[in-house]
Design a protein around this ligand. Structure first.
Ligand SMILES: *Cc1c(COP(=O)(O)O)cnc(C)c1O
Length: 351
């Protein structure tokens, strides 16, 4: 604490990211990283950027990446915004599109960065409780609002909302921006991006951190009506002209262009997720059906913190949230087959 802090800093409750331990021999199932490395084409593209051209600023518009994303989804670069991780894209979205007179709505159990951005930008929010089975019921959002945001699949539950329900929300709230944070959509859900041409109030945000295996490169993007994108650009150009460096732009374009690698790694993770879910159920865990690269599970007789501690002593780290309704759950990232077998073997030895 310091007398020199701005008033807003005193009131901030910053996001606490999952641990990135220094130890290298851990089975790291706590931050939903991809267990497979990025495409070899990404690594080659990055190596090309180790060059004299680093003395020059990168393209401030990130046009090559906008074009790659637009081409992939059958849209134009004017429909695409790019940023330094989807967390930065989300931050600009809160400031540019979600701060209004009426409260922003989001689920009570969701990505814990949303309330942090509300605190940073002074956005009033109202949380809408998930139903008993942790599902989002779109009719619960039928109230005055200045915007709606949720991850699909939701985090940390992994539960998918059907595209028809997303569309209902867009129709019912045509005067509000509806933001769908699709950080995990490539692991089994249907993206809302095809609805962008039909609904000018839809903004879809995706990241290259999970399904494209580039958490270390920091690249995310948003897709929406050009008027929404222009709002984001105005905030971005009032903050940082060059959020994506030469490496990030080159690596991200190569990742989006390597469709075969992307499809095969996603398919492997989905297959392993199903093995992991069944394995956990066989051990007595209740597992929420997951459409993501993690599962959210609880054991009816064993304390979640005690399980996490037991695993940690065996060099396996998973994520626990000390929050209402979910403090007996664990979020476990889908690793390789070998890591998953090690996890199940360790859990089998629970006292
Ligand atoms: C991981 C995650 C993000 C952030 O992704 P980055 O692009 O790495 O910043 C955003 N939203 C949700 C729901 C996530 O789980």
């Amino acid at each position: 604490m310091s007398e020199f802090w701005s008033p807003v800093v005193h009131a901030l409750k910053p996001y606490v990211p999952g641990e990135q331990p220094k130890l290298t021999n851990l089975i790291k199932l706590n931050t939903n990283e991809n267990p497979y490395g990025p495409s070899p084409r990404v690594l080659a593209a990055l190596q090309q950027q180790v060059a004299d051209t680093l003395r020059l600023y990168p393209d401030p518009t990130g046009m090559a990446l906008k074009q790659a994303v637009a081409h992939y989804h059958g849209l134009t670069p004017a429909h695409v915004f790019v940023g330094n991780g989807s967390d930065e894209v989300l931050a600009h979205t809160f400031q540019a599109l979600l701060k209004h007179e009426q409260p922003l709505l989001f689920p009570d159990i969701t990505y814990s960065f949303y309330p942090v951005y509300c605190g940073l930008y002074g956005v009033t929010a109202q949380t809408i409780p998930l139903r008993e089975d942790f599902s989002i019921a779109v009719e619960d959002y039928a109230r005055p609002n200045g915007g709606i945001i949720f991850p699909n699949p939701n985090a940390p539950t992994g539960k998918l909302l059907a595209l028809e329900a997303v569309e209902k929300l867009l129709q019912h709230h045509h005067k509000s921006v509806v933001v769908v944070d699709e950080a995990y959509i490539d692991f089994g859900g249907a993206s809302a991006i095809p609805l962008v041409k039909k609904y000018n109030n839809l903004l879809v945000i995706q990241t290259l951190s999970k399904s494209r295996s580039l958490a270390g490169l920091r690249v995310g993007f948003a897709v929406g009506h050009p008027d929404l994108i222009e709002g984001l650009e105005r905030v971005k150009d009032s903050f940082n002209s060059y959020p994506l460096d030469r490496f990030a732009l080159a690596g991200a374009v190569a990742a989006i262009e390597d469709e075969a690698y992307f499809q095969s790694t996603c398919a492997r993770i989905i297959a392993t997720r199903d093995v992991m879910s069944r394995g956990l159920q066989d051990l007595g865990f209740e597992v929420i059906p997951s459409a993501a690269n993690f599962v959210f599970a609880r054991h009816p007789q064993r304390d979640a913190v005690a399980i996490a501690q037991f695993l940690r002593e065996r060099s396996i780290i998973v994520r626990h949230f000390k929050l209402p309704r979910i403090d007996q759950h664990l979020r476990i990232t889908v690793g390789t087959d070998a890591e998953t077998q090690a996890l199940l073997k360790a859990l089998k030895a629970l006292p």
